[in-house]
Structures are given as structure tokens and as C-alpha cells.
Design a protein around this ligand. Structure first.
Ligand SMILES: Nc1ncnc2c1ncn2[C@@H]1O[C@H](COP(=O)(O)OP(=O)(O)OP(=O)(O)O)[C@@H](O)[C@H]1O
Ligand SMILES: CC(=O)N[C@H]1[C@@H]2OC[C@@H](O2)[C@@H](O)[C@@H]1O[C@H](C)C(=O)O
Length: 401
């Protein structure tokens, strides 16, 4: 037997596995590295976050990724070079983190790498009948395995697409396993570059559970902060937006897109929510000279309203009322006080952070990929009784030699 298969077989039988989950999100802010100790699988999964670190991307890395990110026309060679380079960079970042934590690579069982999304193209966006839903994450797993010496699972989204999904959001797998609770109606709301939520009604029957993107999270806010303020990359504590006034006409035009009328589950990315999207809404509103604070207030309101409307739509189509739910926030947008204030006004129910359930909200997405790798290697028995959630294990396996 190949010794790597033997090693994997041994890992699969360990009661507790040490799995490093990696996530580099669509905000392009850096790589989240979550060292998890995982036991059990499916609804019996237990996760302890042993270490967590975000390694910020340098301006150089951001610039290289932006050359291809969410763009239809790119330099093809650059994409190929990036695939290898990001794999190598992520491996170096893991090696550095392990050194800082004083943990030898031999003590890590698996790496679960999301990679960098460069294009997300569900059918709704590409609209070419003969082609399926499509999504591409780069940062090759073989490079990570070879450079770290650790068995690596990567490219998780393709199996979801192969099984009929859009490749995202995958959050429901972790949310259901870790946070599904009999007797409590929960909504796990993640506000990253794109916002999404997992709907976990109290009966936690899998046929009632689903996950969906709602639209832009921080993407458009970040984009226009960078455009107007060269020294800022985001609207810290909504300081700029708080000084502005929401422009109702612009808000209406921003919300005028068929994505918002589409049923659940649905996914989206910066391929739609980008500078041109906002420019078009500005021109429809005949706004040539809107102030930065007014624009940011309106974009912030756009995020809050589209999240709230999606959640209310989900709840209204059930036997529950919004007051029956608890919302658990995660993602960088959970730190934006204006988004949170408006969400609380629009959704009259108690709000918490995923930290209140024992999971560091910044680490939640990286933990998700560790949980998915655990399922592939040591679980896979649990079946969701819903066409909205493909019951498949995900991730391709790379050996170090
Ligand atoms: N104090 C704060 N005030 C306002 N916004 C904040 C604050 N802290 C973080 N953010 C926002 O959160 C963003 C980062 O979010 P996050 O790390 O969840 O994104 P991501 O993981 O790349 O996204 P995705 O889940 O879409 O892949 C920042 O760019 C910023 O817009
Ligand atoms: C294609 C892609 O990378 N999608 C991300 C992105 O970031 C947030 C939202 O859009 C979500 O759909 C997804 O990530 C999380 C981890 C998910 O799959 O649940």
C-alpha cells in the first residue's frame, strides 16, 4: 500500500485530528489559518480552536490577485502563474505560523485549503445554457502538501457543483453540524465581502435548513472607501458612512436587480457587485456629484436592507415569526456598527456573535474547511434530506510525496 494511503487511513481512525483550515476570502485581506482539534463527525462533530492567525496579504499579493479577480477578460498566463504562486505563498504562511506556535508539521494531520476564489459564475450570471454552474479557486493543493509535508485537501467547491449546487455557500455544513440546536431557531449570518446566512429552524429538520448568499456585504463599501480615501481600505466603525445621509433614489436603483428576486439558495460575487454596478445605479439616479459620506451611507444601507429582506423572506415562508429567531453574526461586517444598528432595526429579534456559541467569529470560515476535510476523511455518513444541500464529501487529496 502507498505509505500516504496508509497514513491517511491512520489519520481517519484517530479520535482527535489536528486539522489546519485555511480561508482567504473575497475581501482579499489575507489568509485565515485556524488550527482545529476535531473529534467525531456529522452532527457529532466537536471542534476546539487551538490556534488562529490571520496573515495579511501584502499590497503586492493583492495587486497580483486583482489582475484576474472577478474579471471576464484576463491575461491567461497570469492566472496559471498565480495558481502555483498562491499555493506556495499559502504553504509558506502555514510554515511560518507553525514555527510561531512552536508546533512541528509532523503534529498536524491535515490541511484543508479553500484557495483564492478568482471567478464565481453560477448560471444566473453566465447565462449560457449548455454550461453548468461554475466557480474557480486557485492556489494548488499539491504545492501546499509538498512544501509543508502535510496531507492537504483542497478545491472543495467543485464537488458541490458536480452534485448540482453552485459551489457555495458551503457554510451550512459547518453551521448545521456545529450550531443546529433542537428547540432554538437560529440564523447564522456571515457578513464578509459577500453576505450569506444559514437558516436553522428549531426542529433542525434538514429539509427546512438551507444556506444562501444575500448580496454584497462589505465589498462595495470597501471599494468606494479605497476610491475616495487613498489611505483607507475600509470604513472603520462606519465613521464615514455615519456622517452621510442615505440617498433613497440611489438605494432603490441599487436594489433593482433580478438577483434580489431570485429564490433561495443563490450565490453571487464581485462579478456582479462591482464598481460598474454602482456607477450604473448612480447614473440611473442622475447623481454625478454625490458626496463620499452619502454614497457610503447608501452602500451601507444597501448591505443592511438586502440582508434583512432576504432573512424576512425566509422567515415569512415558514411557520415562524422573526421574533422567534436568534441571529448569530460573524465576518468582518459584524464589526461595522451601522450595518449592525440597521439590521437590529429591520429584524426585531435578539442578536449575538458566533463567539457566543464558542466559535471565534473571525475564524468561522477557516474552521468550516477543517470540518469539511474531517467529513471527507472520517465522516460522510450524514445525509441532508434536501435538494438544496447536496450530501457529498468535498475536497481533493494531495500527498506530500
Ligand atoms: N471595525 C470595522 N468597521 C467596519 N468594517 C469592518 C470592521 N472590521 C472589519 N470590517 C469589514 O470587514 C471586511 C473583512 O471581512 P471578512 O474578513 O469577513 O471578509 P472575507 O472573509 O474576505 O469575505 P468573504 O466571506 O466574502 O470571503 C473589511 O474589509 C471591512 O469592510
Ligand atoms: C465562491 C466563493 O468563494 N464564495 C464565498 C464568498 O464569501 C462569502 C460568500 O461569498 C460565500 O458564498 C462563500 O464563502 C463561504 C465560506 C461559503 O462557501 O459558505
Amino acid at each position: 500500500m502507498n505509505k500516504n494511503i496508509e497514513a491517511l487511513y491512520q489519520i481517519a481512525q484517530k479520535e482527535t485530528k489536528r486539522i489546519i483550515g485555511l480561508m482567504s476570502g473575497t475581501s482579499l485581506d489575507g489568509l485565515d489559518i485556524a488550527l482545529c482539534e476535531i473529534s467525531g463527525s456529522g452532527v457529532n462533530t466537536n471542534v476546539k480552536l487551538a490556534q488562529f492567525k490571520t496573515i495579511s496579504y501584502s499590497e503586492e499579493i493583492k495587486t497580483e490577485i486583482r489582475k484576474v479577480f472577478a474579471k471576464k477578460n484576463i491575461d491567461f498566463q497570469h492566472l496559471v502563474l498565480l495558481n502555483e504562486w498562491i499555493g506556495l505563498l499559502h504553504a509558506e504562511m502555514i510554515n511560518d505560523a507553525l514555527k510561531k506556535w512552536n508546533i512541528p508539521a509532523s503534529e498536524i494531520d491535515l490541511i484543508a485549503s479553500h484557495g483564492q476564489t478568482v471567478l464565481h459564475a453560477p448560471k444566473f450570471l453566465h447565462q449560457q445554457e449548455k454550461f453548468p454552474n461554475a466557480t474557480l479557486q486557485i492556489g494548488d493543493g499539491d504545492h501546499i502538501a509538498v512544501k509543508t509535508g502535510i496531507i492537504t485537501l483542497s478545491d472543495f467547491r467543485q464537488k458541490h457543483v458536480a452534485a448540482g449546487g453552485e459551489g457555495a455557500p458551503l457554510a451550512v455544513y459547518g453551521d448545521y453540524f456545529l450550531f443546529g440546536k433542537e428547540g432554538e431557531n437560529r440564523i447564522m449570518l456571515n457578513i464578509g465581502g459577500i453576505a450569506n446566512f444559514t437558516y436553522l429552524p428549531s426542529a433542525i429538520k434538514t429539509e427546512d435548513t438551507f444556506v444562501t448568499d444575500t448580496g454584497t456585504g462589505n465589498t462595495l463599501i470597501d471599494l468606494f472607501v479605497k476610491k475616495y480615501f487613498l489611505d483607507k481600505s475600509y470604513d472603520k466603525d462606519a465613521e464615514i458612512a455615519k456622517q452621510g445621509t442615505v440617498n433613497q433614489d440611489l438605494l432603490d436603483n441599487l436594489k433593482d436587480n433580478s438577483f434580489f428576486k431570485k429564490g433561495f439558495p443563490k450565490t453571487i460575487g464581485q462579478e456582479l457587485f462591482n464598481a460598474e454596478y454602482v456607477e450604473l445605479a448612480l447614473s440611473k439616479s442622475n447623481l454625478t456629484n454625490i458626496s463620499a459620506p452619502d454614497l457610503l451611507a447608501t452602500l451601507t444601507r444597501f448591505t443592511a436592507e438586502t440582508i434583512a429582506e432576504a432573512i424576512l423572506f425566509a422567515v415569512e415562508n415558514s411557520s415562524f415569526k422573526i421574533e422567534d429567531f436568534k441571529i448569530y453574526l460573524s465576518g468582518g461586517g459584524a464589526n461595522n456598527p451601522l450595518i449592525v444598528k440597521w439590521l437590529k432595526e429591520l429584524l426585531p429579534c435578539p442578536f449575538f456573535k458566533s463567539n457566543d456559541l464558542g466559535i471565534n467569529s473571525d475564524a468561522k470560515e477557516a474552521i468550516l474547511f477543517a470540518v469539511l476535510a474531517n467529513e471527507t476523511v472520517a465522516g460522510g455518513d450524514f445525509k441532508f434530506n434536501s435538494v438544496k444541500i447536496p450530501s457529498v464529501t468535498m475536497g481533493k487529496i494531495s500527498f506530500p510525496d
